[in-house]
Design a protein around this ligand. Structure first.
Ligand SMILES: [Zn+2]
Length: 163
């Protein structure tokens, strides 16, 4: 990663994913990392947005990095979201401590809600097997720690132990 040496780079990183990286953006939000995702905007606007909001650009486009002289970015090497997530996790020094704090769809804050209040809003199997539910106050989508999510997070945690 290309670091600008400012105090902000020591804080919890925020990201801006380009339009090829929508799935990666959702996963970073599931991990609790503020990740903006924009599509259909000019490269120039993408770069100014990242600088204005102190976000690290995530892109698969080397020409964008070179032409626009991006200051903070991660060049994402793989086409596959699992490898993309592993790369960003490793290079940006992420962790799994704040998972399920941000909405995977709209990047807004999640709040834990009473289990009883979601009974009619989730499938019966989910209701009976899960204890914790989180709701997005912006788009009203519900989240819970599904098993496939937990498994991927466990794999990510083990990356840190290896490296
Ligand atoms: Zn939302």
């Amino acid at each position: 990663m290309n670091h600008a040496s400012s105090p902000a780079s020591l804080a919890r990183p925020k990201f801006l994913a380009d339009e090829m990286l929508g799935r990666l953006a959702k996963w970073l939000r599931l991990l609790g990392y503020d990740t903006a995702y924009v599509s259909g905007i000019a490269d120039r606007d993408l770069v100014s947005l990242a600088e204005a909001e102190d976000r690290i650009i995530l892109t698969r486009d080397t020409s964008l990095i070179l032409r626009k002289r991006c200051r903070r970015y991660i060049f994402v090497r793989s086409d596959h979201w699992r490898e993309q997530l592993e790369q960003v996790y490793r290079e940006a020094g992420l962790n799994c401590e704040s998972m399920l704090t941000l909405c995977a769809l709209c990047n807004s804050r999640l709040q834990q809600v009473e289990k009883a209040s979601v009974e009619t809003r989730v499938p019966p199997y989910v209701y009976h097997t899960q204890e914790s539910f989180y709701e997005c106050k912006n788009c009203a989508r519900l989240f819970w720690p599904a098993t496939h999510v937990s498994r991927i997070l466990e794999e990510l945690s083990s990356i840190r132990e290896e490296s």
